[in-house]
Design a protein around this ligand. Structure first.
Ligand SMILES: Cc1ncc(COP(=O)(O)O)c(C=O)c1O
Length: 385
Protein backbone atom coordinates (compact mmCIF):
# COMPACT_ATOMS: atom_id res chain seq x y z
CA UNK A 1 0.00 0.00 0.00
CA UNK A 2 1.43 3.40 -0.98
CA UNK A 3 2.60 5.78 1.75
CA UNK A 4 0.69 8.64 0.04
CA UNK A 5 -2.66 6.90 0.47
CA UNK A 6 -1.85 5.88 4.04
CA UNK A 7 -1.13 9.52 4.84
CA UNK A 8 -4.39 10.65 3.19
CA UNK A 9 -6.28 8.01 5.17
CA UNK A 10 -4.76 9.01 8.49
CA UNK A 11 -5.30 12.72 7.71
CA UNK A 12 -8.94 12.47 6.70
CA UNK A 13 -10.52 9.36 8.19
CA UNK A 14 -11.35 9.02 11.86
CA UNK A 15 -9.19 6.14 13.11
CA UNK A 16 -12.01 3.98 14.48
CA UNK A 17 -10.91 0.71 12.85
CA UNK A 18 -7.78 -1.45 13.14
CA UNK A 19 -6.93 -1.73 9.43
CA UNK A 20 -4.97 -4.46 7.67
CA UNK A 21 -2.21 -3.08 5.50
CA UNK A 22 -3.77 -3.45 2.04
CA UNK A 23 -6.16 -1.67 -0.30
CA UNK A 24 -8.81 -3.94 -1.73
CA UNK A 25 -9.86 -2.95 -5.21
CA UNK A 26 -12.15 -5.56 -6.68
CA UNK A 27 -13.66 -8.95 -6.07
CA UNK A 28 -15.13 -11.96 -7.82
CA UNK A 29 -17.04 -14.72 -6.03
CA UNK A 30 -15.05 -15.76 -2.96
CA UNK A 31 -11.92 -13.84 -4.01
CA UNK A 32 -10.80 -10.23 -3.65
CA UNK A 33 -7.83 -8.47 -5.25
CA UNK A 34 -5.64 -5.72 -3.86
CA UNK A 35 -4.34 -2.68 -5.71
CA UNK A 36 -1.14 -4.58 -6.62
CA UNK A 37 -3.18 -7.36 -8.25
CA UNK A 38 -2.64 -9.89 -5.44
CA UNK A 39 -5.48 -12.39 -4.99
CA UNK A 40 -6.99 -13.34 -1.60
CA UNK A 41 -9.50 -16.00 -0.65
CA UNK A 42 -12.07 -13.96 1.26
CA UNK A 43 -13.29 -16.05 4.19
CA UNK A 44 -14.20 -12.90 6.13
CA UNK A 45 -16.90 -11.99 3.58
CA UNK A 46 -16.98 -8.30 4.46
CA UNK A 47 -17.93 -9.25 8.06
CA UNK A 48 -20.80 -11.49 6.91
CA UNK A 49 -22.15 -8.99 4.39
CA UNK A 50 -21.06 -10.74 1.21
CA UNK A 51 -23.70 -13.47 1.04
CA UNK A 52 -23.65 -14.47 -2.62
CA UNK A 53 -20.12 -13.55 -3.64
CA UNK A 54 -18.33 -10.41 -4.74
CA UNK A 55 -19.59 -8.88 -7.98
CA UNK A 56 -22.35 -11.47 -8.12
CA UNK A 57 -23.64 -11.06 -11.70
CA UNK A 58 -27.35 -11.30 -10.81
CA UNK A 59 -27.19 -8.92 -7.86
CA UNK A 60 -24.95 -6.54 -9.80
CA UNK A 61 -27.43 -6.53 -12.69
CA UNK A 62 -30.34 -5.87 -10.32
CA UNK A 63 -28.41 -2.96 -8.74
CA UNK A 64 -27.45 -1.50 -12.14
CA UNK A 65 -30.98 -1.89 -13.58
CA UNK A 66 -32.51 -0.25 -10.51
CA UNK A 67 -29.91 2.55 -10.46
CA UNK A 68 -30.85 3.39 -14.05
CA UNK A 69 -34.50 3.70 -13.03
CA UNK A 70 -34.72 5.06 -9.48
CA UNK A 71 -32.50 5.04 -6.39
CA UNK A 72 -34.43 6.90 -3.71
CA UNK A 73 -37.64 8.90 -3.49
CA UNK A 74 -38.01 8.87 0.33
CA UNK A 75 -40.66 6.85 2.15
CA UNK A 76 -43.43 9.31 1.33
CA UNK A 77 -44.22 7.32 -1.83
CA UNK A 78 -44.80 3.63 -2.57
CA UNK A 79 -42.00 1.77 -4.34
CA UNK A 80 -42.30 -1.74 -5.71
CA UNK A 81 -38.88 -3.20 -4.69
CA UNK A 82 -39.59 -2.26 -1.05
CA UNK A 83 -43.06 -3.81 -1.00
CA UNK A 84 -41.80 -7.00 -2.68
CA UNK A 85 -38.92 -7.28 -0.19
CA UNK A 86 -41.25 -6.77 2.79
CA UNK A 87 -43.50 -9.58 1.49
CA UNK A 88 -40.49 -11.92 1.08
CA UNK A 89 -39.23 -11.20 4.60
CA UNK A 90 -42.71 -11.68 6.07
CA UNK A 91 -43.08 -15.02 4.29
CA UNK A 92 -39.64 -16.14 5.49
CA UNK A 93 -40.13 -15.08 9.12
CA UNK A 94 -43.85 -15.54 9.65
CA UNK A 95 -43.84 -11.97 11.06
CA UNK A 96 -46.27 -9.69 9.29
CA UNK A 97 -44.63 -6.26 9.29
CA UNK A 98 -41.26 -4.76 8.37
CA UNK A 99 -39.53 -1.47 9.16
CA UNK A 100 -36.52 -0.82 6.92
CA UNK A 101 -33.30 0.75 8.22
CA UNK A 102 -29.70 0.89 6.98
CA UNK A 103 -27.74 -1.18 9.44
CA UNK A 104 -27.93 -3.67 12.24
CA UNK A 105 -27.64 -1.01 14.94
CA UNK A 106 -30.54 1.03 13.63
CA UNK A 107 -32.66 -2.09 13.08
CA UNK A 108 -32.12 -2.67 16.81
CA UNK A 109 -33.07 0.96 17.54
CA UNK A 110 -36.41 0.30 15.85
CA UNK A 111 -36.76 -2.89 17.93
CA UNK A 112 -36.09 -0.97 21.16
CA UNK A 113 -38.72 1.66 20.35
CA UNK A 114 -41.23 -0.98 19.28
CA UNK A 115 -40.74 -3.02 22.48
CA UNK A 116 -41.12 0.08 24.66
CA UNK A 117 -44.24 1.09 22.80
CA UNK A 118 -45.91 -2.33 22.85
CA UNK A 119 -45.23 -3.06 26.53
CA UNK A 120 -45.22 0.46 27.95
CA UNK A 121 -42.11 -0.64 29.90
CA UNK A 122 -38.59 0.71 29.91
CA UNK A 123 -36.00 -1.94 30.75
CA UNK A 124 -34.22 -4.48 28.57
CA UNK A 125 -32.30 -7.62 29.36
CA UNK A 126 -29.38 -8.55 27.12
CA UNK A 127 -26.69 -11.20 27.66
CA UNK A 128 -23.05 -11.37 28.67
CA UNK A 129 -20.92 -11.19 25.53
CA UNK A 130 -23.74 -9.59 23.51
CA UNK A 131 -23.10 -7.22 20.62
CA UNK A 132 -26.04 -5.26 19.22
CA UNK A 133 -24.40 -2.20 17.66
CA UNK A 134 -22.71 1.14 18.27
CA UNK A 135 -25.58 3.65 18.31
CA UNK A 136 -26.29 4.80 21.85
CA UNK A 137 -29.42 2.62 22.18
CA UNK A 138 -27.92 -0.54 20.72
CA UNK A 139 -24.65 0.12 22.58
CA UNK A 140 -26.58 0.13 25.87
CA UNK A 141 -27.54 -3.49 25.09
CA UNK A 142 -23.97 -4.42 24.16
CA UNK A 143 -21.84 -6.17 26.79
CA UNK A 144 -18.30 -4.84 26.24
CA UNK A 145 -17.74 -2.19 28.96
CA UNK A 146 -14.64 -0.81 27.25
CA UNK A 147 -16.57 0.48 24.24
CA UNK A 148 -19.45 1.81 26.39
CA UNK A 149 -17.78 3.54 29.31
CA UNK A 150 -16.62 6.70 27.50
CA UNK A 151 -20.22 7.41 26.46
CA UNK A 152 -22.19 6.74 29.64
CA UNK A 153 -25.01 7.31 30.46
CA UNK A 154 -26.69 5.41 27.64
CA UNK A 155 -30.36 4.61 27.14
CA UNK A 156 -32.28 2.31 27.39
CA UNK A 157 -31.79 0.81 30.83
CA UNK A 158 -30.17 -2.57 30.37
CA UNK A 159 -29.32 -5.52 32.56
CA UNK A 160 -27.17 -8.45 31.50
CA UNK A 161 -28.02 -12.08 32.13
CA UNK A 162 -25.41 -14.79 31.59
CA UNK A 163 -25.56 -16.13 28.04
CA UNK A 164 -26.79 -19.70 27.94
CA UNK A 165 -28.10 -19.48 31.52
CA UNK A 166 -31.88 -19.11 31.72
CA UNK A 167 -31.93 -19.03 35.54
CA UNK A 168 -29.88 -15.83 35.46
CA UNK A 169 -32.34 -14.39 32.95
CA UNK A 170 -35.33 -15.23 35.14
CA UNK A 171 -33.73 -13.61 38.16
CA UNK A 172 -33.42 -10.26 36.34
CA UNK A 173 -36.98 -9.90 35.06
CA UNK A 174 -39.10 -7.33 36.92
CA UNK A 175 -42.32 -5.36 36.40
CA UNK A 176 -40.54 -2.84 34.22
CA UNK A 177 -38.92 -5.32 31.81
CA UNK A 178 -39.98 -4.66 28.23
CA UNK A 179 -37.95 -7.25 26.35
CA UNK A 180 -35.05 -9.67 26.18
CA UNK A 181 -32.68 -9.31 23.24
CA UNK A 182 -30.59 -12.31 22.20
CA UNK A 183 -28.27 -13.46 19.41
CA UNK A 184 -28.84 -17.09 18.35
CA UNK A 185 -25.04 -17.37 18.08
CA UNK A 186 -22.84 -14.59 19.46
CA UNK A 187 -20.61 -13.47 16.61
CA UNK A 188 -18.59 -10.61 18.08
CA UNK A 189 -18.04 -12.52 21.32
CA UNK A 190 -16.12 -15.11 19.27
CA UNK A 191 -18.79 -17.32 17.68
CA UNK A 192 -20.33 -18.54 20.92
CA UNK A 193 -22.95 -21.24 20.29
CA UNK A 194 -25.49 -21.76 23.11
CA UNK A 195 -27.02 -25.09 24.16
CA UNK A 196 -29.60 -26.53 21.79
CA UNK A 197 -32.57 -25.60 24.00
CA UNK A 198 -31.43 -22.14 25.08
CA UNK A 199 -33.50 -20.08 22.63
CA UNK A 200 -36.65 -22.14 23.15
CA UNK A 201 -36.23 -21.80 26.92
CA UNK A 202 -35.82 -18.02 26.56
CA UNK A 203 -38.99 -18.00 24.43
CA UNK A 204 -40.90 -19.91 27.13
CA UNK A 205 -39.73 -17.54 29.86
CA UNK A 206 -40.67 -14.46 27.82
CA UNK A 207 -44.14 -15.84 27.12
CA UNK A 208 -44.72 -16.83 30.75
CA UNK A 209 -43.51 -13.49 32.14
CA UNK A 210 -45.29 -11.39 29.51
CA UNK A 211 -42.19 -9.77 28.00
CA UNK A 212 -41.11 -9.55 24.37
CA UNK A 213 -38.36 -11.65 22.80
CA UNK A 214 -36.14 -9.82 20.32
CA UNK A 215 -33.85 -12.04 18.25
CA UNK A 216 -30.88 -10.21 16.73
CA UNK A 217 -30.13 -12.05 13.48
CA UNK A 218 -27.89 -9.29 12.12
CA UNK A 219 -24.90 -11.65 11.85
CA UNK A 220 -26.58 -15.08 11.85
CA UNK A 221 -29.41 -14.28 9.42
CA UNK A 222 -29.85 -14.53 5.64
CA UNK A 223 -28.89 -18.18 5.38
CA UNK A 224 -25.46 -17.97 7.00
CA UNK A 225 -26.05 -20.75 9.52
CA UNK A 226 -27.85 -23.04 7.05
CA UNK A 227 -31.40 -21.74 7.58
CA UNK A 228 -32.61 -18.27 6.59
CA UNK A 229 -32.95 -17.34 10.27
CA UNK A 230 -30.86 -19.19 12.87
CA UNK A 231 -33.76 -19.11 15.36
CA UNK A 232 -35.89 -21.37 13.15
CA UNK A 233 -33.81 -24.38 14.30
CA UNK A 234 -35.34 -23.83 17.74
CA UNK A 235 -38.91 -23.91 16.42
CA UNK A 236 -39.79 -20.60 17.99
CA UNK A 237 -41.51 -17.45 16.85
CA UNK A 238 -39.80 -14.34 18.26
CA UNK A 239 -41.82 -11.14 18.79
CA UNK A 240 -39.24 -9.03 16.98
CA UNK A 241 -36.38 -10.00 14.65
CA UNK A 242 -33.63 -7.71 13.39
CA UNK A 243 -31.48 -8.29 10.31
CA UNK A 244 -28.92 -6.38 8.23
CA UNK A 245 -25.38 -7.33 7.08
CA UNK A 246 -25.86 -9.99 4.35
CA UNK A 247 -29.37 -9.00 3.29
CA UNK A 248 -28.35 -7.08 0.16
CA UNK A 249 -24.90 -8.63 -0.46
CA UNK A 250 -23.15 -5.57 0.97
CA UNK A 251 -25.48 -2.76 -0.06
CA UNK A 252 -26.47 -1.06 3.22
CA UNK A 253 -29.85 -2.15 4.52
CA UNK A 254 -31.37 -3.37 7.77
CA UNK A 255 -34.83 -4.40 8.88
CA UNK A 256 -36.90 -4.88 12.00
CA UNK A 257 -39.65 -7.51 11.64
CA UNK A 258 -42.63 -8.02 13.92
CA UNK A 259 -46.35 -8.67 14.09
CA UNK A 260 -46.55 -5.41 16.06
CA UNK A 261 -46.61 -2.01 14.37
CA UNK A 262 -44.86 1.28 14.77
CA UNK A 263 -47.49 3.79 13.64
CA UNK A 264 -47.46 7.03 11.69
CA UNK A 265 -44.83 9.39 13.09
CA UNK A 266 -43.47 6.92 15.63
CA UNK A 267 -40.34 6.11 13.64
CA UNK A 268 -38.75 6.98 10.33
CA UNK A 269 -35.70 6.90 8.07
CA UNK A 270 -35.18 8.95 4.91
CA UNK A 271 -33.14 6.35 3.05
CA UNK A 272 -34.32 3.20 4.86
CA UNK A 273 -35.75 0.77 2.34
CA UNK A 274 -34.71 2.82 -0.69
CA UNK A 275 -35.27 1.25 -4.09
CA UNK A 276 -31.62 0.48 -4.75
CA UNK A 277 -30.96 -1.44 -1.53
CA UNK A 278 -34.31 -3.26 -1.77
CA UNK A 279 -33.62 -4.32 -5.37
CA UNK A 280 -30.22 -5.63 -4.23
CA UNK A 281 -31.84 -7.48 -1.31
CA UNK A 282 -34.55 -9.03 -3.51
CA UNK A 283 -31.88 -10.27 -5.93
CA UNK A 284 -29.73 -11.58 -3.06
CA UNK A 285 -32.58 -13.58 -1.51
CA UNK A 286 -33.65 -14.91 -4.93
CA UNK A 287 -30.08 -16.01 -5.63
CA UNK A 288 -29.78 -17.74 -2.24
CA UNK A 289 -33.04 -19.62 -2.77
CA UNK A 290 -32.49 -20.50 -6.45
CA UNK A 291 -29.02 -21.88 -5.80
CA UNK A 292 -29.80 -23.70 -2.53
CA UNK A 293 -27.14 -21.67 -0.74
CA UNK A 294 -28.57 -22.37 2.70
CA UNK A 295 -27.91 -26.08 2.28
CA UNK A 296 -24.54 -25.24 0.73
CA UNK A 297 -23.71 -23.16 3.83
CA UNK A 298 -24.64 -26.10 6.02
CA UNK A 299 -22.76 -28.69 3.92
CA UNK A 300 -19.56 -26.70 3.35
CA UNK A 301 -19.71 -25.41 6.94
CA UNK A 302 -19.90 -28.95 8.34
CA UNK A 303 -17.12 -30.07 6.01
CA UNK A 304 -14.90 -27.17 7.09
CA UNK A 305 -15.59 -27.73 10.80
CA UNK A 306 -14.90 -31.50 10.46
CA UNK A 307 -11.61 -30.80 8.71
CA UNK A 308 -10.69 -28.15 11.31
CA UNK A 309 -11.41 -30.65 14.09
CA UNK A 310 -9.16 -33.14 12.32
CA UNK A 311 -6.50 -30.44 12.10
CA UNK A 312 -6.92 -29.85 15.83
CA UNK A 313 -5.51 -33.37 16.47
CA UNK A 314 -2.16 -32.35 15.01
CA UNK A 315 -2.19 -28.65 15.94
CA UNK A 316 -1.63 -27.89 19.63
CA UNK A 317 -2.65 -24.24 19.14
CA UNK A 318 -6.29 -25.19 18.37
CA UNK A 319 -8.39 -25.63 21.49
CA UNK A 320 -11.88 -25.91 19.99
CA UNK A 321 -13.85 -25.46 16.78
CA UNK A 322 -17.40 -24.14 17.02
CA UNK A 323 -20.10 -22.66 14.86
CA UNK A 324 -23.03 -23.40 12.61
CA UNK A 325 -23.03 -23.36 8.81
CA UNK A 326 -20.61 -20.76 7.52
CA UNK A 327 -20.19 -18.93 10.82
CA UNK A 328 -17.17 -20.61 12.37
CA UNK A 329 -14.87 -19.84 15.28
CA UNK A 330 -11.51 -21.52 15.83
CA UNK A 331 -10.67 -21.16 19.51
CA UNK A 332 -6.95 -21.00 20.22
CA UNK A 333 -5.09 -22.07 23.33
CA UNK A 334 -3.39 -18.66 23.43
CA UNK A 335 -4.49 -15.09 22.54
CA UNK A 336 -2.79 -15.30 19.15
CA UNK A 337 -5.71 -14.76 16.77
CA UNK A 338 -4.42 -11.39 15.50
CA UNK A 339 -1.05 -12.97 14.71
CA UNK A 340 -2.72 -15.84 12.80
CA UNK A 341 -4.85 -13.37 10.81
CA UNK A 342 -1.68 -11.49 9.77
CA UNK A 343 0.06 -14.72 8.76
CA UNK A 344 -2.86 -15.96 6.68
CA UNK A 345 -3.16 -12.57 5.02
CA UNK A 346 0.41 -12.80 3.80
CA UNK A 347 -0.47 -16.21 2.34
CA UNK A 348 -3.62 -14.97 0.57
CA UNK A 349 -6.45 -15.68 3.01
CA UNK A 350 -8.72 -13.12 4.69
CA UNK A 351 -10.18 -14.15 8.03
CA UNK A 352 -10.68 -12.29 11.29
CA UNK A 353 -9.85 -12.24 14.99
CA UNK A 354 -13.29 -11.96 16.63
CA UNK A 355 -11.69 -12.24 20.06
CA UNK A 356 -8.03 -12.34 21.16
CA UNK A 357 -8.16 -16.17 21.10
CA UNK A 358 -10.75 -16.73 18.33
CA UNK A 359 -10.16 -16.77 14.58
CA UNK A 360 -13.50 -16.28 12.80
CA UNK A 361 -14.54 -17.46 9.33
CA UNK A 362 -17.56 -15.89 7.60
CA UNK A 363 -17.16 -16.82 3.93
CA UNK A 364 -19.76 -16.05 1.25
CA UNK A 365 -22.50 -18.70 1.16
CA UNK A 366 -21.29 -19.78 -2.31
CA UNK A 367 -18.01 -21.13 -0.85
CA UNK A 368 -17.06 -24.57 -2.17
CA UNK A 369 -15.33 -27.53 -0.52
CA UNK A 370 -12.29 -26.82 -2.71
CA UNK A 371 -12.14 -23.27 -1.33
CA UNK A 372 -12.60 -24.68 2.18
CA UNK A 373 -9.54 -26.89 1.49
CA UNK A 374 -7.60 -23.86 0.28
CA UNK A 375 -8.51 -22.03 3.50
CA UNK A 376 -7.47 -25.05 5.57
CA UNK A 377 -4.08 -25.30 3.85
CA UNK A 378 -3.29 -21.66 4.63
CA UNK A 379 -4.66 -21.78 8.19
CA UNK A 380 -2.85 -25.00 8.93
CA UNK A 381 0.47 -23.51 7.85
CA UNK A 382 -0.11 -20.35 9.93
CA UNK A 383 -0.93 -22.41 13.03
CA UNK A 384 2.12 -24.64 13.05
CA UNK A 385 4.52 -23.95 15.95
C1 LIG B 1 -25.43 -9.41 16.24
C2 LIG B 1 -25.15 -8.02 15.74
N1 LIG B 1 -26.06 -7.06 15.95
C3 LIG B 1 -25.87 -5.81 15.51
C4 LIG B 1 -24.71 -5.45 14.85
C5 LIG B 1 -24.51 -4.05 14.38
O1 LIG B 1 -24.66 -4.01 13.01
P1 LIG B 1 -24.14 -2.75 12.17
O2 LIG B 1 -22.66 -2.74 12.26
O3 LIG B 1 -24.68 -2.99 10.79
O4 LIG B 1 -24.75 -1.55 12.80
C6 LIG B 1 -23.73 -6.43 14.62
C7 LIG B 1 -22.47 -6.09 13.93
O5 LIG B 1 -21.50 -6.80 13.96
C8 LIG B 1 -23.95 -7.75 15.07
O6 LIG B 1 -23.06 -8.72 14.89
Amino acid sequence: MSDDLKLLDSTHIMPTYPRQDLILEKGSGCYVFDSDGNKYLDFFGGLATCSVGHANPEVTKAIADQAKKLISVSNLYYTEPQIRLAKKLSDLSGLKKVFFSHSGADANEAAIKLAKKVTGKQEFIAFSGAFHGRTTGSLALTWNQKIKEPFLPLAPAAKFATYNDTASLESLINDNTAAVIVEPIQGEAGVVVPDKNFLSEVRKICTLRGILMIVDEVQTGIGRTGTFFAYSRSNIKPDIVTIAKGLANGVPIGACLSDYNLELGEHGSTLGGNSLSCAAANATIDYIEKNNLMSNAEGVGNYLMDRLRALQESTPLIKDVRGQGLMIGIVLQKPEAAKIVKLTLSDGLLCNNAAPNVVRLLPPLIATKEQADECLRILSKAMQP
